[in-house]
Design a protein around this ligand. Structure first.
Ligand code: MV4
Length: 480
């Protein structure tokens, strides 16, 4: 591979390009009219404008992107995450045009894009699943039967759903019929597919996912887990690796289960297998994400591997250069997603101009960033500015570094989720490791940040006062 096109924008386009360059491969950026001066455009060897700002006129235009790739004699397309990354038709169109899609085959994308197809596919692989039914269900009486078998509360889920869309908790039998009708109509309007199924509702779950990587020679490795339980409305905000609650035995079991999921669909490339873990540490397969994830850096820091480099090697047909036994966990990493959103105002997007934008640096601090001082934040895309990742020998060390690094961000012009990050990392429940997916709902309110800001202001005032008194002492000394 001599030239790779990165079909994405923002921090992930920059992140991917860094590795592509490191490998001595030429880079091609595509960009929308809103991104003319964006960092990913400036970093690339070549850059081509593919349309107007709206995603469906630029970053989602697979046909245009393939056209650009062909005209510039590109060998591979890296889709990043979001946009076209999990679009099976795009992956297929790329392959059909004679270019390598740096990701799995379209068949694997298609299977894992449907929760029911995924369940069907992994069935013979002895993967723990949440009790329930693994086929689309429309008959209310049948649903009642399943529900009384697994016990209430149950969760109705849309097969095509993602990010919690089309999910409905049902506490008791008399609510089942209306819940099901709503779930079906919601799924139909949101995904054009009204298939729903029923599972036992796991009450206080943790979200633990396993990074896998498979080559075209039949090797599948796992790169341990990431804990992503701290999320708000199905949007992850804080991630870490490893999870603070897994024993080595459990880690091995989950890693092996994740590899089996990958094998079940002939997976190739980087993927993530999501599990729910209940309060008794039982784990259940949820779904597989067939892309590089936003939170991949925490895995890179604890394993010392460059996941993008492995993606490219595997796409070139090389065998994975290590064995499972070679992989070990070293230290601990935490990540905060820094969004241009106002945590004091229901996390509404806070778009505007980045009047000041200075990033923390230092040992154990990694910032994956897609912005620059003076830039306007486009309203058309996800408002994530950067990811702050810190690494330490222990979890405590990583968290301390994180709190310090958050303070060393200097952003003016927009509100960000940085103060919310301070809240999470300073919180006793997070620090103790005793938390679940309900963390934000349970502990967070804007008042918490206001209290925190007031406490910080008090410290700053005390320091100023002390300095003032000290200065006065010095000034007075000669006259005394
Ligand atoms: C569940 C669950 C409880 N029980 N399934 C949410 C998104 C989708 N990927 C799966 N989700 C869940 N499935 C059963 N049987 C709770 C969730 C869930 C959740 C999962 C992971 C991370 C955050 C979450 C927040 C709320 C609900």
């Amino acid at each position: 591979m001599k030239k790779i096109l990165i079909a994405n924008r923002g921090e992930i386009a920059v992140r991917v390009m860094k590795t592509v360059k490191k490998m001595g491969i030429q880079t091609v950026a595509v960009f929308s009219e809103a991104d003319r001066n964006a960092p990913h455009v400036l970093l690339a060897d070549e850059a081509v404008c593919i349309g107007e700002a709206q995603s469906n006129k630029s970053y989602l235009r697979g046909d245009k992107i393939i056209e650009v790739a062909k005209s510039l004699q590109v060998d591979g397309i890296h889709p990043g995450y979001g946009f076209l990354s999990e679009n099976a038709d795009f992956a297929e169109a790329v392959e059909n045009s004679g270019i390598t899609f740096i990701g799995p085959k379209s068949k694997a994308i298609k299977i894992m894009g449907s929760k029911l197809a995924a369940k069907e596919t992994v069935k013979e692989y002895d993967i723990p699943m949440v009790p329930g039914i693994d086929e689309a269900i429309t008959d209310v009486d049948k649903a009642k039967e399943i529900a009384s078998e697994v016990g209430y509360p149950i969760l109705i889920k849309a097969s095509a759903g993602g990010g919690g869309k089309g999910m409905r908790i049902v506490e008791k039998e008399e609510d089942l019929e209306s819940g099901m009708k709503r779930a079906i109509s919601e799924a139909t309007s949101a995904f054009g597919d009204g298939s729903v199924f029923v599972e036992k509702y796991v009450k206080s779950p943790r979200h633990i996912e396993v990074q896998v990587m498979a080559d075209t020679h039949g090797n599948v490795l796992h790169f341990f887990e990431r804990e992503c339980s701290v999320q708000r409305r199905h949007q992850k905000v804080v991630e870490e690796a490893p999870s603070s609650i897994l024993s080595p035995e459990l880690r091995k079991k989950m890693g092996e289960a994740a590899c089996k999921v990958a094998k079940s669909c002939d997976y190739v490339g980087a993927g993530t297998v999501e599990f729910l873990m209940d309060a008794d540490h039982n784990f259940y397969f949820l779904e597989m994400n067939t892309r590089l994830q936003v939170e991949h850096p925490v895995t890179e820091l604890i394993t010392g591997v460059d996941l993008v480099e492995l993606q490219i090697k595997v796409a070139r047909g090389e065998a994975l250069p290590m064995k499972q036994e070679d992989l070990t966990i070293n230290g601990h990493a935490v990540e905060l997603r820094v969004y241009a959103e106002d945590p004091l105002n229901d996390f509404l997007p806070s778009v505007g101009n980045l009047e000041s934008y200075q990033l923390p640096t230092g040992e154990g601090v990694r910032v994956d960033n897609g912005f620059r001082e003076g830039m306007d934040i486009p309203i058309y895309y996800d408002p994530m500015l950067s990811k702050l990742i810190t690494y330490g020998k222990t979890r405590e060390e990583a968290i301390e570094l994180m709190l310090e690094a958050i303070q060393n961000y200097k952003i003016k012009g927009v509100q960000t989720t940085l103060p919310f990050g301070s809240f999470v990392f300073a919180h006793e429940a997070f620090r103790s490791g005793n938390f679940d997916t309900h963390f934000v709902k349970t502990y967070y309110s804007p008042e918490k940040i206001k209290e925190q800001t007031a406490a910080e202001a008090e410290v700053v005032a005390m320091i100023a006062l002390y300095q003032y008194l000290e200065d006065k002492k010095i000034v007075r000394l000669p006259s005394n």
